[in-house]
Write a protein that binds this ligand. Sequence first.
Ligand code: IPM
Ligand code: MN
Length: 371
Amino acid sequence: MEVQVAVLPGDGIGPEVMEATLEVLEKVLRKSPLFFKFKKALVGGSAIDAVGHALPAQTLQLCEESHAILFGSVGGPKWESLPPELQPERAALLPLRRHFSLYANIRPVVLYPELQHVSPLKSEIIGSGVDIVILRELTGDVYFGEPKGRRKLGDEEEAFDTMLYRRYEIERIGHLAFELGRARKKKVHSIDKANVLTSMVFWREVISEIHKNYPDVELHHMYVDNAAMQLIRNPRQFDVILCPNMFGDILSDEASQLSGSLGMLPSASLGVPALWDKNGYRFGLYEPAGGTAPDIAGKGVANPIAQILSAALMLRYSFYLEKEATMIEEAVRRTISQGYRTLDIYAALDNTRKVSTQEMAMAIAANIDFS
Ligand code: IPM
Ligand code: MN
């Protein structure tokens, strides 16, 4: 069976870490029952430079014809002077999420014990590791709520966005959170700001209703400001953290530090079940949670692990290749324990060696174990 993946490397470190990821994929898929076609297309600032638009029609068409999107990252200082609505993030990534109704963003935060010393948190707090999943709602909230705009009123000028959630949007992400929780430690923290915001009172109410279907899963409501504190005070109290779009954006960057580096954090964005199925495969977009890192782009030092682990999530969620996904995750684990470190996770210790993006990928590929 032939399947197709749209590969959109994007800007900054995107192309480098994508190259590295394709090498790992090539290795792990050698014995796969599926035949993969990877088709590259332009997106983001590089697409603006080439054809004048961050999400060219051809790219969108390729995505529509594919079973999944493997996405790098978009944006950078070069395009920051463009009008905001033409900038790569606003003109490419958000429309893609919206176009394919990718409402469920899964961001696993895992700290490997060997990287404990890289995390800015004390070892008493981090313990022997961290294993959290942030489930971020991705197509609602203040990101997409209407109206949005700017206006002048006499001498005054103002701008506004609307924090808006529809019942069905909260219900479907709520169900997924409890399903995830049920498959893990049976504990969900739902994040909101119900002490201030009406949309968040509604969020809390609907999540509590959905929870009635999952009596075996514990539900804790937590205000986002408190959650930001608890994440660094006592991260091990969390298992599944369910967040509205914007709070999830913020908390997932914070949580990345639990894993040592933003360069370690993969993500999967999944859509509405009715749109999932493409001949038995589930459509999704897979991207690192971090950005384009323009300061280190083109130097060959970026950490490819977030992109490589995103590819593993793609094999698992879109193609049901659980064995291959686990093989990648195990290979990453082994490579870390052998001491390979990119700049962002490097600390001079006896058993560590600083490696390039490419060397890290080669080590991971070499650690793919077919036995
Ligand atoms: C993320 C990013 C995006 C977001 C930006 C690039 C639009 O920060 O995926 O976390 O805010 O969702
Ligand atoms: Mn973000």
